[in-house]
Structure formats: structure tokens, C-alpha cells
Design a protein around this ligand. Structure first.
Ligand code: PHE
Length: 340
């Protein structure tokens, strides 16, 4: 073929196709590949221009100019496309989702409820299944509800300032003294003061005492339960507690009631449990609600009877999970808490 005709045909072909080749490239890599096929060292236009030697001298200048013009057009389109692709990529990154789904996920071990909370739920579940209602009460309460209305004598050692955490201390004459409750028995006063019998209530929460050793913490947890109706006897109390303790520890648990003293019950008792072959373990205090308490909340002690009990939730958690020191429950060391 005539070199001039060959050159012109080649030039026409490249001109006709380059636009589509470059514009069809969707990303930088394929754009660069398409560009190289046109103007790279072995590109079509480069090859064509190498054949310039064969073109007669009188046409060389004109055809050379046309080839250079085409090369410039290709370079311009290539630069434009390169910029557009970069801009689109940046735009996609800025407006796209803020996370990189290709990163490996972070390990988040699933948590679980604290041992105290689990035991608390378990205890409340047993009592609600027996028909008790759950009540809530504040951790800070009055001296009156914590001691006086529960028939503690004014000079009872438990009311001594040394034995609890007083929040406001006021001078003699001002009867309202607030403190961190030393037991959940405040719930008895709160609930009986605001509604008439019959009542069957449980309540669980933190209590505070000036106690601090392997089995005592200044903050610990109690569950209080009480029932008031017309005909309630100590036998009812024993029956409810037996059912409760058997559900909690298993049907083969032994239960023992020992006479004991609490100002707000008469008679009062402490309850011990023993696993077959094991040691007796004190688990709760209980008794028949004292007539004085009924009078203090406005109930007629001639017409109503009731029983009450209080137990340490932490103590039960320690027994249940074999925890030797109560402080371990409150150190918040995940290695410990995750282990049971
Ligand atoms: N409140 C008592 C205590 O903290 C326990 C108790 C509750 C005893 C109800 C009798 C009746 O030791």
C-alpha cells in the first residue's frame, strides 16, 4: 500500500476510535491501558509515526502536523478523563458510608449481668411466682423509717451515729435525719403507710453499714419480704421460706429456725440452711410483724397479722458461686466477673 495512503488511513482510524476508547475507561487503570494502546511506546499512533520515514518528503510536514495534532487531542482528553476519574473517586469516598467494610471487625465479647443482679432476679422471680408484688424504695431514707417506726428504742446501738452513714445531721429538736438505709425493712414502713392490707411485697436493693471484712462490705444488698392479712401465722412464714429456700438451693436443703431478736418482729428468728453433709449457714432474719409497727403505720394490731423476712443477696451469691471474699463482687475486675 502507498505509504501516504497507509498513513492517512491509520490516522483516520485512530481519530475515529480514540474518544470512545478513552471515555469508555471506568477507572484510572483501564484509562491508562487504553491511552498506552494509542500513544504508548507500542501504541497505534506511535507505530504510525514510526512509518513517517516512508512518506515522501513533500507530504511529511503536513502529515506530521496532523499526527501531532491528533496526539495532542488524545493527551488532552486523557488528562481530562484522569482528573474526572480522580474527582469521582474522591466524591464517592466523601459521600459514601463512613465505614470501611473491608476492615476486620473488632472483637466485642458479649457481657452478662453481674452476679448480684442475677441472684437478685432469681430471688424476685421465686417470690413473684408465689404471688408477691415487687416494690421499689430509695437507698437514702429517714431515721424515722429506718429505725423509729420499726420500733427500735431510741438508744438502740444500731441507731448510733457510729454505725451508719448519716447524710444530714441536724441538731436536737429537728426530727428529720436522713441516712443511707441500714436495711431494706424501710420498705415495710413505706408500703404499709400508703395502703391498707392485704399486702404481699418483696423489695431488693443496696443497704449500707459500717462493716468491713471478708464477708462484710459497707455497701451490700438485701431482699425484704413481708405479708400482711387477717389470718397469718408463723407457720405461713415457715412454709413460704421453706418453699423459697428449696427452690433456691434444691429440694434436699435442710432448713432450721432459731429464735432471735429484731425490734420490729415478735417472735423473731434466724434461719440457717445446710446442704446434705455440709455446715449450717445463717441465711436470713424473720419474724411476725410487731404490734407496735402496725400501730406506727396506722393498722389495727387487733385485726391484722403479718410476717417479714430479710436476707443478704451478696451472701447468697457468695454461697452459690463459691466466692471467698465479698470485695471481689465490687472490684469490677472483668477477669473475675466474667468467670461465672
Ligand atoms: N432487717 C433485718 C436485718 O437487716 C432483717 C430482718 C428483716 C429481720 C425482716 C426480721 C424481719 O438484719
Amino acid at each position: 500500500m502507498d505509504p501516504v495512503e497507509k498513513f492517512e488511513t491509520g490516522l483516520r482510524a485512530v481519530r475515529a476510535e480514540y474518544r470512545e476508547a478513552l471515555e469508555g475507561a471506568a477507572d484510572e487503570q483501564s484509562l491508562r491501558a487504553a491511552n498506552a494502546r494509542l500513544v504508548g511506546p507500542n501504541g497505534r499512533l506511535t507505530q504510525l509515526m514510526k512509518g513517517m520515514r516512508e512518506v515522501p518528503a513533500d507530504r511529511r510536514r503536513e502529515l506530521g502536523r496532523a499526527a501531532n495534532a491528533l496526539k495532542a487531542e488524545i493527551a488532552q482528553l486523557f488528562e481530562g478523563r484522569l482528573e474526572a476519574i480522580a474527582r469521582a473517586a474522591l466524591e464517592a469516598e466523601l459521600t459514601g458510608p463512613a465505614l470501611d467494610p473491608t476492615l476486620p471487625g473488632r472483637q466485642v465479647p458479649p457481657g452478662h449481668l453481674h452476679a448480684i443482679t442475677r441472684v437478685k432476679h432469681e430471688l424476685l422471680d421465686i417470690f413473684t411466682s408465689l404471688g408477691f408484688e415487687v416494690a421499689d424504695a430509695p437507698e437514702a431514707d429517714t431515721h424515722e423509717r429506718c429505725f423509729d417506726m420499726l420500733a427500735f428504742p431510741p438508744d438502740h446501738p444500731a441507731t448510733d451515729m457510729q454505725d451508719t452513714f448519716f447524710l444530714t445531721h441536724t441538731d436536737e429538736g429537728d426530727p428529720v435525719t436522713t441516712l443511707l438505709r441500714t436495711h431494706t425493712s424501710t420498705v415495710q414502713i413505706r408500703e404499709m403507710s400508703r395502703r391498707p392490707p392485704p399486702l404481699a411485697i418483696v423489695s431488693a436493693g443496696a443497704v449500707f453499714r459500717r462493716d468491713d471484712d471478708r464477708t462484710h462490705s459497707p455497701m451490700f444488698h438485701q431482699l425484704e419480704g413481708f405479708l400482711v392479712d387477717e389470718e397469718v401465722s408463723f407457720t405461713h412464714l415457715q412454709g413460704v421460706l421453706r418453699v423459697f429456700l428449696e427452690r433456691l438451693f434444691g429440694a434436699d436443703i435442710e432448713v432450721r429456725f432459731r429464735p432471735s431478736y429484731f425490734p420490729f418482729v415478735e417472735p423473731g428468728a434466724e434461719v440457717d440452711v445446710r446442704r446434705p453433709g455440709g455446715e449450717w449457714m445463717e441465711i436470713l432474719g424473720c419474724g411476725m410483724i410487731h404490734a407496735q409497727v402496725f400501730e406506727n403505720v396506722g393498722y389495727d394490731p387487733e385485726k391484722v397479722r403479718g410476717f417479714a423476712f430479710g436476707l443478704g443477696i451478696d451472701r447468697i451469691a457468695m454461697v452459690k458461686y463459691g466466692i471467698p471474699n465479698i470485695k471481689l463482687l465490687f472490684d469490677n475486675d472483668v477477669r473475675f466477673l466474667a468467670s461465672f
